[in-house]
Each structure stands twice: as C-alpha cells, then as structure tokens.
Design a protein around this ligand. Structure first.
Ligand code: MN
Ligand code: MN
Length: 376
C-alpha cells in the first residue's frame, strides 16, 4: 500500500497489517512481545517520572501504547492533548485529580483512587494533579502505538513558541503581558498541594460534561469469578465514553491459566501489576513464542493471534489488560472445541469420538492450578 502525506504512519501500518502481512510479523520467527517497562529509564523529574512503551521500545505494539507515570505531591502532568490517541488509565497507588475540557466547552474535574479508571477521547484536553501527601502512580494506555512521538501536545510547548503579540491579541491583553512564561515544554509542573475539594473552573461550574469520564472499576464486583481467578472488565457497554477501548483487571491464583484464546477484533496490551506469568503466543505457520513477564513488565498480542497467560509464581498474579475496542470479543479454545461435533474433532486429532466426552462443554476462561480439585 503506498503511503502518502494524507495518511498517518499509524493508519498506514494498520491498513497494511489488515490487508497484507506486516513485515514485522511475517518473518520465520515471531518478534519479542515483552518490554520491561518499570525497569526502563523514562523521563525523570526528581521523584516523578513517565516511562513509555511505544513502537520505539516494543516494535510489535503498533495498536496500543502505555505509560507508567508517578507524580510526587504538588506535581501536575501539565495541560495537554493527544492528537493521535484516546487515553485510558487506572490508578495503582495514591490519589490524583483530572480536569478535562471537551470540544463543547464543557469541563469535568474528577478525583481518583486506586482501582479507578478514566477515559479521555482522542484530542480532548486534560491535566493530572497528584492529590494529598503521597505520590500517585497510574498506568496510561493509548489506542495507538505511535501516540507519543509528535502526537502529544503540551500547553507550555505551544504557548512558548507563539509570538507574544499573538497571545496578547488572542486574550485582549497588553503586548508585554506574556513576558516571562516558559519558553518550552514544562511537562511536570511544581506547586503547592491542590485544594482538598475541586475548585470551579474560570468559566464557572455550569459547564459540565454530559458523559462521565470516570469509572470506579475495582470498587465493584468482578465481571466473572472462577476457580483459579477473577476478572473485572470495562467496555463501552458499562462506560459509554470508552468507545475505543476495553480495560480488564485479571487475577490468577498460583498455577491458574487464562486459557488459550484469541481476539478477533482487537490487539491486547498487558501490564503485570504483581506476580510472575508465562505468556504464550501462536502466530500461524508453526510460529510459537513464550515470554516470562513479572511485575512492571509489558506484553503485547496482535489482533487475532492465539495466546494464553499462566501464573507460574507462588503468589496471586494481577494483570492490567487493555484492548483497542470498546466491544470486547474473544474465542476461547474450550468453547471452540465444545462448539463442534465429536466426529469432526476425532478426525483432526486421531482420537475416538468418545475422547471428546471428557472435554469441557462450556467456556473454561480460567483453568485452576490444580484441576483435579475441581472435579465433582
Ligand atoms: Mn494524557
Ligand atoms: Mn487475551
């Protein structure tokens, strides 16, 4: 497919991947699908940091990128927008406050605790303040692996490069009014602790968004509970603003397995919050690869590729997983098998039809570490 100036590189890659083989995924062996995010250097400002997993760090991750961000008390990720991606986030520790402004001129301020999620549509303006006396740590996930380079626009970077006379005319102030503002991107601003309760915006409190950008995911019961683990799942059905992304928190007990499956309509981005897992990936043509992921590591499964996740550690493993679709879809191996007649399966595997009577008749989803204990 020819690339032209009217088409972003991300769009070109997406079309390329869905019509003809992606060069990265069409070699004799599968590329790595692991990146040690928390072990990477990232962008550091004393105790605050932003560490990225984009196509730069993890080339396979073209559809989804992620950032681990920590803000110290008094630090704010400055006002900005993302030209090429929507932003989904979950807080892991501490508290923070976001202020979003949408294209209708509405603004919404929300305070977040661990387990809370936000979603900001592509291009909508926002900022993130640390609240209280403890640092806040959150994971940001973007529905474009190219979100960062040339895709994130900060207010100080912009206004530092606009002529002062133009700013003065824009705001109806004297020409020297903007002398002294930063000449380049600040990224992390430093100041006093924010007020305990949100303050109304300059335009007054009357402009509030119709659709909420916050969802308290871990404050509710899991989406499904299994012998061996549980899953919280949040898509556009429950969180209407999140039209392009679905988020999952997956807990696996020691030995438990998120069974072999694939996602017909989306890529999968994985972040290990805690524990040790073994992730397998099948890429057709006999290509199979296994990666070991531990706390702070990122994994990535392209759309349609077979995969599984097994807890190989001694403690419960928790993973934060995101899909670049608001409508989650998966086909699990157990359900695929159970949806076919025994005689058909027998011919594939060289087993008598009776063999398949012993297989599950419904979706397994999570298999426990000690399957013998689950038999009635
Ligand atoms: Mn952002
Ligand atoms: Mn999956």
């Amino acid at each position: 497919m020819p690339e032209n100036s009217f088409q972003s590189k991300a769009t070109a890659d997406y079309l390329f991947r869905n019509n003809t083989p992606d060069p990265l995924l069409s070699g004799p062996a599968l590329p790595t699908f692991k990146f040690a995010l928390e072990a990477s250097a990232g962008r550091v400002d004393s105790g605050s940091f932003g560490k990225e997993a984009t196509v730069e760090q993890l080339p396979i991750s073209k559809g989804i990128a992620g950032v681990s961000m920590r803000l110290e008390p008094g630090v704010t990720r400055e006002l900005h927008w993302h030209a090429t991606a929507a932003e989904w986030a979950m807080v892991l520790a501490g508290r923070c406050r976001t202020t979003l402004v949408d294209p209708h001129g509405n603004s919404e301020t929300d305070d977040f605790e661990p387990g809370d999620v936000w979603y900001f549509p592509r291009g909508h303006a926002h900022s993130i303040e640390c609240l209280g006396d403890e640092p806040v740590h959150f994971i940001l996930i973007f529905d474009n692996g190219y979100f960062s380079e040339f895709g994130t626009f900060s207010i100080t970077d912009w206004l530092g490069h606009v002529p002062k006379e133009l700013l003065a005319k824009n705001f109806g102030l004297p020409a020297d009014a903007f002398v002294g503002i930063p000449a380049g991107e600040v990224y992390f601003t430093h100041g006093p602790r924010p007020p305990a309760s949100p303050m109304p915006p300059l335009q007054g409190a009357g402009h509030t968004c119709a659709t909420r950008h916050k969802y308290r995911l871990l404050a509710e019961e899991p989406h499904s509970v299994h012998n061996g683990g549980r899953e919280w799942r949040l898509g556009a059905d429950k969180f209407p603003i999140s039209q392009t992304m679905t988020g999952v928190v997956l807990d696996l007990e020691p030995g438990a397995l998120r069974e072999l499956h694939w996602h017909p309509t989306s890529d999968e981005w994985q972040y290990v919050v805690s524990g040790d897992v073994s992730v397998t990936m099948f890429g057709s043509h006999g290509r199979f690869r296994t990666e070991s992921l531990s706390g702070g590591d990122v994994g990535y499964i392209p759309q349609g590729y077979g995969h599984s996740i097994e807890n190989v550690g001694a403690t419960t493993a928790r993973m934060l997983i995101a899909f670049n679709t608001g409508a989650y879809a998966a086909i699990d191996l157990s359900q695929w098998i159970a949806g076919n007649p025994a005689y058909l399966l027998a011919d594939h595997f060289g087993k008598p039809p009776e063999f398949f009577d012993g297989l599950p008749k419904q979706d397994v989803f999570i298999a426990p570490g000690s399957p013998g204990l689950t038999k009635p």
